[in-house]
Write a protein of this length. Structure first.
Length: 456
């Protein structure tokens, strides 16, 4: 009876989600397609237009860092920028969003993020639709010239009702590929959402992805869009070199977890299972005993004790280190600040970047700019940011192969220096905020003038 009750409850919530979400979305989709665009007011000579960013949760992840950098870059270029989000907590966000640098408006935070511990996607879509509805109402008074949407595309039909000159969409990765359909019910629940994701993504006037790797995934994930010639443009996430320099200037000359004569291996990732941080611990365990005794591994990264996975995975990593006999060599540092991260990078012999098929990954770029060699999995975005044998090593997910690469770096200071210098040059020339800002500003200005990528 308990199982039947659970099944009935889940089925009821699936029905409610589909009933509430799909019909309105289809209606708005049709309206968004048939309504003509409104011409926003003329801009003053030499002035840029009004730009709205739409993001679901303005926390401290890589996607949020990109939104903040993009907003700052456009604001510095003269655009009037506002970020709209459903959630923004001043204790868990980037400095620019709380110190007045950027204008942030929170709408829809009263809506649930999940129901019965489930339906995260439907709730996220609902919250983004609410935010978008607010933007439509605000646009009745003063329209936005360009709207830039991040991550969740289902709100694009609603935003078309605001009738901007253009809507740009930044796709970090197709959302439906990030979920597992572990049951028939889950598949039924996700089917309309997945369909709407592809259809609504195609409503953007220009689509950006964060790497060539993601562009390839995009083409395979959205075959309908590929058939009609929708090709995303690659816009690599940027690194704010000035911010990195400022943090480095405040970095400490000593590190409390590092004893005299020890070398530091560093991992910087959120405490999530998909980040594959266990590979760093297994690599440490494979090092020769003499080398291992002189080496300390620091696991640093974003951590939120309200997120069950963060709490559980931090404990799992501790258990793994204990089981491999290296617990005394591993230290966790959670939710480090920019200056704390700069201090860790200053003392690191190399960075271990463990995610597999990472969509891009800004952390290797940060390490390269800090002149720290990188060892990374040879899949995904790191293939585009790291030059194997010049700025670091790209290796398969084999702890033995990683240990060999790490030992080479630990035992050869000249090699570390050469990789570090090459890495800084590559990070500065290819992934700077200035280069990113120029590309994005050019795209926004073209779209402000009514020339979308579909017309070019």
């Amino acid at each position: 009876m308990g199982l039947l009750s659970l099944f009935s409850t889940a089925a009821a919530w699936v029905f409610v989600a589909l009933t509430l979400l799909v019909p309105p979305a289809l209606i708005v989709l049709v309206l968004g397609l048939i309504l003509p665009r409104q011409a926003p007011p003329q801009r003053a000579q030499g002035k840029r237009g009004r730009v709205a960013f739409v993001h679901p949760d303005l926390g401290i992840g890589g996607a949020e860092r990109l939104v903040v950098d993009a907003a700052v870059a456009l604001q510095n270029a003269g655009h009037e920028v506002t970020i709209f989000t459903a959630r923004h907590e001043t204790g868990h966000c980037f400095e620019e969003t709380r110190n007045g640098t950027l204008r942030v408006q929170v709408k829809g935070n009263f809506l649930p993020r999940r129901v019965l511990g489930r339906f995260y996607a439907a709730c996220a879509y609902l919250r983004m639709c609410w935010v978008s509805g607010v933007i439509v109402l605000l646009s009745l008074r003063v329209p936005f010239h360009v709207i830039i949407v991040d991550q969740v595309s289902i709100c694009l039909p609603i935003l078309r009702l605001a009738r901007p000159r253009a809507i740009l969409f930044y796709c970090h990765y197709p959302d439906y590929l990030l979920t597992t359909k572990s049951s028939v019910l889950k598949s039924l629940y996700r089917a309309p959402l997945d369909f709407l994701e592809e259809v609504t993504t195609g409503l953007a006037d220009q689509i950006f992805v964060n790497s060539r790797f993601t562009a390839g995934v995009f083409a395979g994930a959205f075959p309908l869009l590929s058939r009609v010639g929708v090709i995303p443009d690659v816009l690599y996430p940027p690194l704010d070199l000035q911010s990195q320099d400022d943090a480095a200037s405040k970095a400490a000359d000593t590190l409390d977890v590092l004893a005299d004569g020890e070398q530091l291996l560093l991992s910087i990732n959120r405490f999530e299972r998909k980040k594959n941080v266990g590979l760093a611990i297994r690599t440490l365990a494979r090092l020769p005993e003499g080398t291992r005794r002189k080496t300390r591994l620091v696991l640093a990264g974003g951590y939120d004790d309200r997120l069950p996975e963060n709490v559980e995975h931090a404990s799992e990593l501790e258990d793994l280190a204990t089981s491999l006999g290296v617990a005394d060599r591993v230290v966790q540092k959670r939710s480090v600040s920019l200056v704390e991260k700069a201090t860790l990078l200053r003392h690191a012999a190399c960075l271990l970047y463990t995610p597999d098929r990472e969509h891009f990954g800004i952390v290797p770029v940060e390490a390269m700019y800090a002149q720290v060699p990188v060892v990374a999995v040879n899949t995904g975005g790191p293939l585009e940011s790291i030059v194997d044998g010049e700025t670091g090593f790209l290796r398969p997910q084999d702890p033995e192969a990683w240990a060999e690469a790490v030992e080479r770096l630990l035992e050869d200071p000249a090699l570390r220096k050469r990789f570090g210098e090459a890495g800084r040059e590559r990070a500065s020339s290819c992934f700077s905020l200035q280069a990113f800002g120029k590309t994005l500003d050019a795209a926004v200005r073209k779209n402000e003038e009514g020339l979308s990528s579909k017309d070019r």
